[in-house]
Ligand binder design. Structure first.
Ligand code: S3P
Length: 171
C-alpha cells in the first residue's frame, strides 16, 4: 500500500477534525470524518441518531464504516471519539494505517466542544459536562493509551499537524 491511511482517534474536542483537515491538505490525501459520513448516510445529525435510533445503531454504523474505510488508502480519517476503542474497529481500520491519538485537558475539551461547529455531543448533554468528560476519559484512558499519543493542549492546530508529520513512519 503506497499511501496508508492516517487515522486520528482521541476524545471529543481533541482536535481530530481540525487537525485532520490540515493534515489531509498537506499530504494531498482525502479527508474523511466518520461522524459526518454517518450523518450524510442517515440524513440526520449524530444528536438525532442517538435520540431517534439509539446509541447502539450509531455504533453499528461506525463498525460498518470502519470496515469500509480500512480497505482504502490515501485518506486522513477523523474518527468519532469511541470508534477506535472497539478492538474490532481498531483492527479493521487501523491495521493498514498509522493511528494517532490526540489528547487534551478536560477544561480545554469543554471549551472546544462548546464552540465547535460540529453540533452537540449527545454524551455531554448533561448538567455537569466537565464532570462527565473527566469520568469518560478515566473510563477510556486504557483504550486510548494503546495508540501513539499526540498532546494538543495549548497548541495551535498547525503545530499539532507538524507533530504528527514528525512521527509519520515511512512504511
Ligand atoms: C462520541 C464522539 C463523537 C460522536 C458521538 C460519540 C464518543 O465524535 O461520535 O457523539 O462516544 O466519544 P467526536 O469525537 O468527533 O466528537
Amino acid at each position: 500500500m503506497s499511501r496508508p491511511n492516517i487515522i486520528l482517534t482521541g476524545f471529543m474536542g481533541s482536535g481530530k477534525t481540525t487537525v485532520g483537515k490540515l493534515l489531509a491538505r498537506q499530504l494531498n490525501y482525502l479527508f474523511v470524518d466518520t461522524d459526518h459520513l454517518i450523518e450524510q448516510r442517515c440524513g440526520m445529525s449524530v444528536q438525532e441518531i442517538f435520540k431517534n435510533k439509539g446509541e447502539a445503531t450509531f455504533r453499528q454504523m461506525e463498525a460498518e464504516i470502519a470496515r469500509e474505510l480500512g480497505a482504502g488508502e490515501g485518506m486522513v480519517i477523523a474518527t468519532g471519539g469511541r470508534l477506535m476503542l472497539d478492538p474490532l474497529n481498531a483492527q479493521v481500520l487501523g491495521a493498514q494505517g498509522s493511528v494517532y491519538c490526540l489528547a487534551a485537558q478536560p477544561d480545554e475539551i469543554l471549551q472546544r466542544v462548546a464552540r465547535s461547529a460540529q453540533g452537540q455531543r449527545p454524551l455531554l448533554d448533561t448538567s455537569n459536562p466537565l464532570e462527565r468528560i473527566v469520568d469518560l476519559i478515566r473510563e477510556r484512558e486504557e483504550g486510548y493509551a494503546r495508540f501513539t499519543q499526540i498532546s494538543t493542549s495549548g497548541k495551535k492546530p498547525q503545530q499539532v499537524m507538524q507533530d504528527i508529520l514528525a512521527q509519520l513512519q515511512p512504511r
